[in-house]
Design a protein around this ligand. Structure first.
Ligand code: GAP
Length: 452
């Protein structure tokens, strides 16, 4: 069961209230399924992506980075199978003019579906299902003519396959090795929804790991464990994360085995990330369509083969939503209700807030000085407006793990209090030791207090 404190409505409302995520184009009435990230949303998403890069690049020496173009040669999508196969079955309702995914249609509800007019219901009159390609189409150049059609990429993965040969030739990579990238993808989803869970424009964090064919299964299992561990190390509660292997009829056209990491969102268990064994499908297809050899040749042994590919494919927006949901909490302090984001400190948009207890007696000056020093090492915020309790709540609500308070004692002995968002402990600490102490806490292993 999803935990009952957090609902999607509460997350949406917090995101808007505190400037994490806004409905896009709101002054024009909004545009469905498009969202803009505000200040704290940008900081949080950057942290999610930084932790992903860190786990791929800094903590390993067998993965390298790529940033490929969004618009690729249109033959890419012929070869990848997306032109023919990246479709959802779509039905239109002639009465209410709404569109539905035929495979997600609740047939029992079909006879009396709400009409577009509030307060009315109308009989649904559905068309036959037809395949609807999810790729966004556009044209290059000023004239729309034959050959000018291109597509916005529906996955970042293909940019990696198109560059595979470059990494063999110029970077002298040898399987097993991976190429990782983060970037925007676009899908003309028939039924986007649930806030940033499913949108038409979203960011993916994908890595294609090229391996000798005989090692594919072993690497598939290693990546399942590695990716599960990544979410757990960043504080996702273990009982809210599970692995689910795809049934044969669920597999994508390229996959010979996929498992989803699923998270228990307020809308139930849903895919967070897919880990697929893509075999040699993509390299073989691109070799055939481009006429180029896409294989690894061992110059010493003469061995040659088309590597198989293991792909962990995550969504940055969906991961951010899972971290927010997992962190959201409400409690009561001294009779006052508080909303708190119990985010892993590494993900928290702001690491430390610096607060003078009062706006006089030289406290703001000292606090500003501490702020100037701490911001050299951490995302830090200075706040002197309003009662101290209200300022703590404001920081709790955006997930700031620590608050430094400058008080009258600070001016006597150069110490401050360091308040912990979760335990509420306030430790007295010398200003000179502050930055190192925050660094130490930031690097310490962390488990969500919501687990206990
Ligand atoms: N290259 C494989 C691939 O794209 P996918 O399961 O379609 O696989 C991978 O997508 C991840 O991208 C998903 O697990 C999800 O986190 C994210 N994702 C996919 N479609 C999305 C959408 N419409 N909105 C937000 N995130 C999406």
């Amino acid at each position: 069961m999803p935990d009952d404190v957090v609902t999607m409505d509460k997350i949406v409302s917090l995101c808007k209230r505190r400037g994490f995520v806004f409905q896009s184009s709101e002054i024009y009435g909004g545009i469905s399924s498009s969202y803009d990230y505000g200040h704290y949303g940008v900081l949080l998403k950057n942290n999610v992506k930084a932790q992903w890069w860190r786990s791929m690049l800094q903590e390993r020496d067998d993965v390298v980075a790529l940033d490929s173009a969004i618009i690729q040669h249109p033959k890419t999508w012929e070869a990848s199978g997306h032109l023919a196969g990246f479709t959802d079955p779509l039905v239109d309702c002639r009465t209410c003019k709404l569109r539905f995914r035929a495979d997600h249609l609740d047939v029992s509800a079909c006879g009396k579906r709400p009409s577009k007019h509030p307060g009315e219901t109308a009989d649904c009159d559905l068309t036959e299902a037809r395949d609807f390609n999810l790729m966004f189409e556009t044209t290059v150049g000023p004239v729309k003519e034959e050959g000018s059609t291109v597509y916005l990429r529906p996955e970042t993965a293909q940019g990696i396959f198109l560059n595979f040969r470059n990494y063999l030739q110029f970077s002298r990579k040898k399987p097993p090795f991976g190429i990782a990238q983060i970037g925007k993808s676009f899908r003309n989803e028939i039924t986007p929804g649930n806030f940033i869970f499913r949108t038409r424009e979203f960011e993916q964090m994908e890595m294609e790991f090229f391996v000798p064919p005989a090692e594919a299964q072993q690497w598939f299992e290693q990546w399942l464990a590695e990716r599960r561990g990544w979410y757990l190390r960043l504080g996702i509660r273990e009982d809210h994360l599970r692995l689910r292997a795809h049934e044969a009829d669920e597999l994508s056209h390229y996959s010979s085995g996929t498992s989803d990491l699923e998270y228990l969102f307020p809308i139930g268990w849903q895919e967070l990330e897919g880990i697929a064994n893509r075999g040699d499908f993509d390299l073989t297809q691109h070799a055939q369509h481009s006429g180029q050899k896409l294989e690894f040749v061992d110059t010493v042994s003469g061995e040659r083969y088309i590597p198989h590919v293991i792909e962990p494919a995550a969504g940055a927006d969906r991961a951010l939503l899972a971290f927010l949901v997992d962190a959201y909490d409400e409690d009561e302090i001294e009779g006052e209700q508080r909303t708190v984001l119990r985010l892993h400190p590494l993900l928290a948009p702001v690491k430390v807030a610096i607060l003078p207890l009062v706006r006089k007696d030289g406290q703001p000056e000292v606090a500003r000085h501490i702020h100037a020093e701490l911001r050299e090492r951490f995302q830090a915020e200075y706040d002197e407006g309003g009662a101290i309790g209200r300022r703590y709540r404001r920081q709790d609500e955006i997930g700031t793990p620590w608050a430094v308070t400058v008080d009258h004692q600070t001016l006597e002995d150069d110490t401050v209090t360091l308040r912990d968002r979760d335990s509420l402990a306030q430790d007295r600490i010398a200003i000179a030791a502050l930055a190192d102490e925050i660094e130490r806490r930031l690097r310490a292993p962390w488990t969500s207090p919501k687990s206990s």
